[in-house]
Design a protein around this ligand. Structure first.
Ligand code: SF4
Ligand code: SF4
Length: 190
């Protein structure tokens, strides 16, 4: 019997340059100490770890990175960025990778997380800050969860949760504006 041939690894030699051109970082300054990964609170849900993302980007493993759940699971908490001794801003790198994945039409492995990202950014673009009331509605509609919850009856639980948050003063009825709304819009446009 013939040995199974594994498909050759695709390498994109320009991938690290592309990421660096968006983030203005030097990825090769990473010396793989793993301080980023050891501090990341969501590695349990990642398929590749933050330090591996950097190494794979340097090695031109574009497809593996763009198809990973890691870039969507990342919550942008910036713990990794703060811990890195070489000033590799991994949180910004994850954002850049999301941006590239969307531009290149990659099928997002975490559609609900992507729906949340879109709902969050649209909300911030509109008001300069997030408003919980509209964010949750927008997320439920974009992710398709709203219809699912209506069909299976769990929408009642969402309403009960919203009501209990409202009673505790955690869900304001009206959004609060901010002074630098225009500037935030400009930043997001860039
Ligand atoms: S903490 Fe910084 S230097 Fe260490 S592995 Fe992570 S990115 Fe690389
Ligand atoms: S920014 Fe993302 S990768 Fe970095 S520690 Fe937070 S969740 Fe993990």
């Amino acid at each position: 019997m013939e040995a199974a041939q594994s498909s050759p690894m695709k390498v994109d030699p320009n991938f690290a340059n592309l990421v660096e051109s968006i983030t203005h970082l030097n990825l090769t300054s990473c010396f793989q100490c793993r301080k980023c990964t050891n501090g990341c609170p969501v590695t349990f849900a990642m398929d590749i770890y933050p330090d591996q993302v950097i190494r794979l980007a340097i090695l031109g493993q574009k497809e593996q990175i763009l198809n990973s759940s890691t870039i969507w699971v990342c919550s942008a908490c910036e713990t990794c960025t703060t811990r890195c001794p070489n000033e590799v801003d991994i949180a910004a790198t994850m954002d850049a990778l999301k941006e590239i994945a969307v531009k290149e039409g990659v099928q997002i492995p975490e559609p609900k997380t992507y729906a949340f990202h879109r709902a969050f950014l649209e909300d911030v673009k509109k008001r300069g800050r997030m408003f919980e009331g509209s964010l949750m509605q927008s997320y439920l509609l974009k992710s398709g969860e709203f219809y699912k919850k209506i069909l299976n009856g769990t929408i009642k639980e969402e309403i009960a949760l919203g009501w209990s948050m409202f009673k505790k003063g955690r869900l304001p009825l009206l959004p609060k504006g901010i002074k630098a709304k225009k500037e935030i819009k400009e930043i997001l446009k860039k």
